[in-house]
Design a protein around this ligand. Sequence first.
Ligand SMILES: Cc1cc2nc3c(=O)[nH]c(=O)nc-3n(C[C@H](O)[C@H](O)[C@H](O)COP(=O)(O)O)c2cc1C
Length: 208
Amino acid sequence: MQEKPLIVGLGGTGSPNSSSERLLRHALGQCAAKGADTLMFAGLDLDLPMYSPGEEARDEKTLALIAGLRRAQGVIIASPGYHGTVSGLIKNALDYVQDMAKDDAVYFEGRAVGLIATAAGWQATGTTLATLRSITHALRGWPTPMALAVNSMVPVFGEDGSIVDTSIANQLDILASQVVTFANMRALHDLSLLQGVGEREAGGAGGQ
Ligand SMILES: Cc1cc2nc3c(=O)[nH]c(=O)nc-3n(C[C@H](O)[C@H](O)[C@H](O)COP(=O)(O)O)c2cc1C
């Protein structure tokens, strides 16, 4: 029986409940509804020391983030656009993925990565999203075909914080579906490889 895939989200800003954090939380909720376990690192969870090459000491928050990402079968990243690109908070957190450079599943290898960019105008949503895709490629992850460019000047949330823009809600649902489906396909692929090895070993032993 296949275990539930773990989808790890990281995003938001230092202010709790920022729009990028709310979109991330919604996307993770959709992943959970599709049968995944989820883990979210948002806001102050990502207030990490500035990444410094050669510095190997890690605080608890950084260790928790990297441990979560190591266990992840899928990832969702949500960043506000700051001056046309990914915020420093999110980029700094992603720089710590360098700690996974020598893992068997190096960086985001074999994981689907859903991407969400928010900005106070369309131009920065596009450039921020393009940067998130470039970072994902550099980290050997698989950006999902559906990604979100959300203009926070257009009403997205109702007074209770829920998403009132049905187009955004639909896009988040598709993104979640693509991340979870890829994670499940990957798990089945790994399982069939393992079974193949097991059968070959059993057959080999019987044939000797
Ligand atoms: C430092 C800073 C830089 C920003 N730069 C841009 C920008 O270049 N283009 C833009 O459209 N919005 C810019 N914004 C606005 C944010 O991207 C926008 O308000 C976004 O929705 C914030 O997301 P959040 O609610 O998750 O914080 C900037 C905001 C800050 C604080």
